[in-house]
Write a protein that binds this ligand. Structure first.
Ligand SMILES: *Cc1c(COP(=O)(O)O)cnc(C)c1O
Length: 463
């Protein structure tokens, strides 16, 4: 199926071509290890468990909807990325995927660095004790206040995104009597094979200085001439939910081309390149992501080869996975409220959350899986659409799903792979209370972000 959204929006894209639905899975009760976090299982009663805890108990204790995050899985993925790239490279977790103080501490303990792109994310990172020199500050329109805060804190790098920002950061750093380490974000004209709303390196877009037309080279020239800046390298981020490295290959080729030009024109070999994030995860059994070690090996080879061809010393590489670390580590636990069979079409299953806790289906036409987790069932598969409780027909959580035909109100459903860009993009639409994030590990559960309360809602509404 095409990954691009229908121009008229997801509502109009739901008339799917004949034969679109894959055959129902052979076993509806099976929780596919490629999609679920690694400690997920079912107990002898058929109830799904995570970190050794039954989802029914989690629902009782913490309510639904709730994001249930598998801490062991999160830490294991951090280590897999850090080990894959080794001491000669840097892994920055992209905080925008999901950030909380507990997550910052886990990242710190597992030796990762952290990307932030706002004052709020920077505050969270610093408050939880992430050393400032391991933080990179991103964004295409950082305010003067944010820049000052980042420079004062001593962040390890600021990724510069425009000519104005080159001047602003230089000015702030000089005023504070420091030299700020910076990279320049460039757009290399690569469109990764992904959804058009989340592809970000083709040149008709807001991020970075385009390579074409010489703006990127001009940015480097200006940055090298400013006392407040120490230009350490170039940055490129080509998209999201990418499954092969061919896009990175073209991007690295072009970034290295600019490194070569910089050396020839200024006699400077910039020591780093950051290839960004965007590595894909499995939302459905059709997605087949590559292991971090395969990605690391491929990226190292690509950069080394390109630099050899250009006669350059290979720079230090950094990468910025967000989704690939946190995405698979969490699922959203919902309770079924109503069930509406539409003969000849499908059955609409309404859960107690929706687009306020997962906007990705409506926004990107994203695909998810879903399973009945409070019990197993031998009933026949029923073509379903899992929808939320919001006043909007585009409020879809899982567009096409097979659920057992004996599904009933009160059953618990879980949607896996919701660790990234769900809680971080959650809203209060319809004055929904944003769900908690509950971390589980070794038979213990604790809330790391609490559920919003009605008091929270009214506190912001000052009358
Ligand atoms: C969003 C973003 C990332 C992370 O993307 P994922 O798809 O979550 O890996 C990394 N770097 C930059 C600059 C980004 O904007």
């Amino acid at each position: 199926m095409s990954r691009s959204a229908h121009p008229a929006g997801p509502r109009h894209a739901d008339v799917l071509p004949e034969g679109h639905h894959p055959a129902p899975p052979a076993d509806l009760n099976r929780l596919d290890a490629r999609i679920w976090s690694r400690t997920v299982d079912r107990n002898e009663d058929g109830v799904a468990t995570v970190g050794g805890l039954d989802v029914t108990r989690l629902a009782e204790e913490f309510g639904t909807p709730a994001y249930i995050l598998d801490e062991d899985d999160f830490r294991a993925r951090c280590r897999a990325w850090a080990d894959a790239f080794g001491p000669g490279a840097d892994v920055f977790y992209a905080g925008k995927a999901f950030l909380s103080r507990a997550v910052v501490r886990w990242l710190h303990e597992e030796g990762l660095n952290l990307d932030v792109c706002s004052g709020g994310e920077l505050l969270t990172a610093l408050d939880a004790g992430m050393p400032a020199d391991r933080i990179a500050f991103h964004g295409n329109n950082k305010s003067l206040e944010e820049i000052e805060r980042a420079v004062r804190a001593g962040v390890g790098r600021i990724v510069l995104d425009s000519f104005q920002e080159i001047a602003r950061v230089a000015h702030v750093a000089q005023g504070l009597g420091v030299r700020q380490r910076v990279l320049i974000r460039i757009t290399v004209g690569v469109e990764a094979h992904t959804h058009e709303f989340i592809a970000t390196a083709h040149e008709d877009q807001k991020f970075g200085l385009p390579l074409a037309g010489g703006q990127a080279a001009e940015g480097v020239r200006r940055a090298l001439g400013l006392d407040g800046l120490e230009l350490i390298g170039l940055h490129s981020h080509i998209g999201s939910q990418i499954f092969d490295t061919s896009g990175f290959e073209v991007a690295a080729h072009r970034v290295v081309g600019l490194l070569q030009q910089v050396r020839d024109e200024h006699g400077v070999e910039l020591p780093e390149i950051d290839l960004g994030g965007g590595l894909g995860i499995a939302y459905t059994p059709d997605d087949d992501p590559r292991e971090p070690r395969h990605i690391a090996k491929a990226l190292h080879e690509i950069v080394t080869r390109e630099c050899e061809n250009a006669g350059l010393r290979p720079p230090r590489i950094s990468v910025e996975p967000g989704r690939a670390i946190v995405g698979p580590t969490a699922f959203t636990l919902y309770e079924v409220g109503t069930i509406k069979p539409l003969p000849g079409l499908r059955t609409y299953v309404s859960v107690d959350g929706g687009m306020s806790d997962n906007i990705r289906t409506a926004l990107y036409d994203a695909e998810y899986s879903v399973s009945l987790v409070s019990r197993v069932s031998d009933a026949a598969p029923m073509l379903s659409r899992v929808v939320g409780k919001h006043c909007e027909s585009g409020d879809i959580v899982v567009k096409d799903a097979f659920l057992p035909a004996d599904l009933a109100p009160g059953d618990l459903l879980a949607v896996p792979a919701t660790g990234a860009y769900c809680r971080s993009m959650a809203s209060n639409y319809n004055h929904a209370l944003r769900p908690p994030v509950v971390a589980v590990r070794d038979g213990a559960a604790r809330v790391i972000v609490r559920r919003e309360t009605e008091e929270d809602l009214l506190r912001l509404d000052v009358g």
